[in-house]
Design a protein around this ligand. Structure first.
Ligand code: ASP
Length: 319
């Protein structure tokens, strides 16, 4: 393995959280500890990097408040670091709440065919009796340094996930992530990576990034998510259309089915030029399209990830 460095970009989250009362697992404030201090608290990190480590604070937020401006700043810093020949990979410390969204955004805009971008997080704050952040950080650095690692990945609780399938599935449990039917790509055990599947194929990953051409956050199209459920109506969709929404993702029941009242409003929105995409609110599986579908499906993306792809698609259309 070369002497290339691993860059760790801090964005906040529970991994950087502290509570006034030592040992408090839920009454804490996220995003308090700087990324440099997080690294300093993990013995063996330099060795795991197998070269040098470089830390930089890009944001300091609770990831429930993630927004386009932070995504752009983060992606730009990732792209700049990935372009350096002496950088082996990038690790991003992040909150768990929207980690899967940031992973998918970075997957969509960064050149990750040759170098990995590894997101990691924690379910317990740094001041907990048993914080999970230090081990997750150590594992994420080991993955970023691993031979052949590529793509945008997430590492938590000793498991490695791909950006497309990773999902937070539990609000409290330390092992809070899942990749549904796809399963984890592998595991990190005592600093060693054991793969269940190969790294994402390089041919499926962007060799060139798109971040330079993306408009400032203030100019991003507005894409909202609506849910189909028993008793759903078209009221929300009609209000959003009146309010100038550009795109709508529907978290549909089952295989992309939508309550008839909501569907009527969505079809009307689509006929007025609003882009509508159907995803499923089921935790696993994907919407299987069939001939004659009036509303396109999300190609297997969850509602929150379909929203990101639709935003980027609308941006591309605008040129
Ligand atoms: N609200 C926190 C965040 O997403 C939760 C966490 O990191 O576990 O930043």
């Amino acid at each position: 393995m070369s002497e290339q460095k691993i860059v760790v970009l801090g964005t906040g989250g529970t991994i950087a959280g502290t509570s006034a009362q030592a040992g408090d697992n839920i009454g804490y404030t996220a995003a308090q500890v700087g990324v440099g201090q997080l690294l300093a608290a993990v013995p063996g990190l330099q060795a795991a990097a197998r070269g040098a480590l470089w830390a930089e604070q890009v944001a300091q937020i609770d990831s429930k408040d993630m927004d386009a401006a932070v995504w752009l700043a983060l992606a730009q810093r990732c792209a700049q670091h990935l372009a350096q020949p002496d950088v082996r990979g990038v690790v991003v410390t992040h909150g768990t709440d929207t980690l899967e969204e940031t992973a998918w955004f970075l997957h969509e805009v960064l050149p990750s065919a040759a170098k990995p971008v590894v997101l990691t997080c924690a379910m317990r704050p740094a001041t907990a009796l048993a914080p999970d952040g230090p081990q997750n950080l150590l594992d994420a650095v080991a993955v970023a340094a691993a031979e052949g690692a590529r793509g945008v990945l997430a590492v938590a609780s000793g498991k490695i996930y791909g950006a497309r399938d990773v999902q937070k599935v539990h609000p409290y449990r330390v092992d809070a992530f899942h990749a549904g039917e796809a399963g984890p790509l592998g595991w990190v055990e005592e600093g060693r990576v054991r793969l269940a599947q190969d790294w994402p194929p390089a041919a499926d990953l962007p060799a060139q990034g798109a971040i330079e051409s993306i408009a400032p956050a203030a100019l991003w199209p507005r894409v909202e998510i609506v849910v189909s459920h028993a008793g759903a109506s078209g009221a929300l969709v009609n209000a959003l259309v009146r309010d100038g929404v550009d795109g709508l993702v529907v978290a549909c029941t089952g295989n992309g089915t939508v309550h008839r009242d909501l569907e009527a409003a969505l079809l009307q929105a689509q006929s007025r030029g609003v882009r509508v995409v159907r995803s499923t609110r089921c935790a696993e599986g994907r919407v299987l399209p069939k001939p004659g579908d009036a509303l396109p499906d999300s190609q297997g993306l969850s509602p929150v990830k379909a929203r990101i792809s639709l935003v980027l698609d609308l941006l591309r259309q605008r040129g």
